[in-house]
Design a protein around this ligand. Sequence first.
Ligand code: KG4
Ligand code: ZN
Length: 335
Amino acid sequence: MKLLAIESSCDDASAAIVEQNNKILAVKNFSQGQELAKFGGVVPEIASRRHVSLVFKAVKEVFEESATNFDEIKLIAATFEPGLIGPLLVGLNFAKGFAIAKKVPLIAVNHLKAHVAANYIENPELKPPFLCLVVSGGHTNIIDIRSFTDFRIIGQTKDDATGEIFDKIARRMGIPYPGGAVIDELAEKGNYKSFNVPCPEMPGFDFSFSGIKTWAINQIEKFSIEINKNKKLAEDLAASLRYTIITYIIKNLMSAARKYNKNKIAIAGGVASNSLLRKNLKVACDNANIKFFCPSKFYCTDNAAMVGVQAFYEFEAKNIASLNINARATGEKML
Ligand code: KG4
Ligand code: ZN
């Protein structure tokens, strides 16, 4: 059975054609990153308007690339929560229109669940229960994956998300949006012991990053750190920040795995591309006899293929959406 999936929750417009359950026949992403760089971040109104044309373009290209015709599509899926409401509505309404025109069921997919499902694409042997860390521009969550559709958040950020922290600090150093990957590259050349970054203690498995952000901005101002002016200092600050943030995340994640007695850990979301996170978490998992899974970098970032894979599990669980369903900015409470 073939499915068409749409992702438009933030600044990436993406479409994919997926064959049950995790065979990706075609996937096309259009990122607005470069266009949004001149504003220093995502402008929801601009992103929504661009999605109107980019979603159509992505859909057209996946049909062409996979040589699929409309009648072969038996399900249509779209992200409906959480995310920016304007961008979400563009993709969801496209999917509703397709569902009505082609008389196929609509599957509304939660964005965090879709990120987790990115792991099944290249690791079909991975099956719940397991623990998943979702780290992106909008999220930092440790999630107990009880089944393909039943999730519980057991730890989360109480303020900024990890990707947001990297992007905002990068911006202050003169690095265009989204700066997370550039911070990662700079950090590879810097000395992580150069700065003593303060790290907060939070109850349970929660996180707080806003103190680190304020501290970093103060250092940037104090030493006039700018990528084009004093690269060495920028590299050292990036290395120290990356080391502190990633170590903090891994510490909470490993304690959660011990408490919940999990022998599998997966990661997902844009920040799951971070090279230190991938490297050090693999070592921590090997030492604790835990199996570690991570998607390739392409599937870490927002894409419709992961939406399509999760949609098949939702369909199997009989979670068919009503055509009256609305998009939601905050999403369901998975606590
Ligand atoms: O999942 P995603 O594509 O979109 C959201 O749902 O937010 O994640 C984008 C985020 C951005 O904040 C970006 O800077 C960050 O992922 N990111 C990274 C790396 N690559 C992308 N952060 C740290 N290290 C990286 N290598
Ligand atoms: Zn995302």
